[in-house]
Design a protein around this ligand. Sequence first.
Ligand SMILES: NC(=O)c1ccc[n+]([C@@H]2O[C@H](COP(=O)([O-])OP(=O)(O)OC[C@H]3O[C@@H](n4cnc5c(N)ncnc54)[C@H](OP(=O)(O)O)[C@@H]3O)[C@@H](O)[C@H]2O)c1
Length: 154
Amino acid sequence: MFKLIVAFDKEKTIGYNGWMPWDITDDLLHFKETTLNSNIIMGSTTFNGLPGPLPKRTTYVLSSKPVVESDQLKWIGNLDDFIQQHQNSDEIFYVCGGAQVYKQFLPYVNEMIVSLVHGDWPSDTKFPDFKDEVFTITTLKEYPDFTVKSYKRK
Ligand SMILES: NC(=O)c1ccc[n+]([C@@H]2O[C@H](COP(=O)([O-])OP(=O)(O)OC[C@H]3O[C@@H](n4cnc5c(N)ncnc54)[C@H](OP(=O)(O)O)[C@@H]3O)[C@@H](O)[C@H]2O)c1
């Protein structure tokens, strides 16, 4: 099963200059707590912005070029095959961005865990358009700089 985790602002901004425009420690901790001991999926652009695979998770990287695999790092070379294989499994895969990857997985995610970041931010990368109506939206937790919301597919 696919879940998606993202931080965006009210304009659906997710990135600027190759990283998130904000620097919110609580949100990074929320991301860590949510994804720890799970599988995470990201595009090569997002992955290449990290020092390496994130500890205590299995990182699946989407790229047209093969990735050197290890216990912690796996390559998704064929997205359609991967979706078909894992869409109906009980195992959770967190889709972690960026924009290209969110867009391709969005039709297949059961739930989105959204950090709605307060304030106005510079932007060059946005979350793809989606219809609120297809999700049941609940607030999970309020932080000073963001609110965590769950979007469960109806
Ligand atoms: N706010 C948040 O929660 C959040 C989370 C994550 C990322 N971000 C931000 O998002 C931005 C990056 O997003 P992005 O859209 O530019 O890049 P991305 O989605 O991270 O990665 C795109 C790359 O993934 C590979 N790819 C995508 N679809 C593929 C497919 N079907 N088959 C094979 N490879 C595929 C391609 O790389 P190859 O060239 O290797 O083939 C493509 O160039 C950054 O600013 C980052 O900070 C924000």
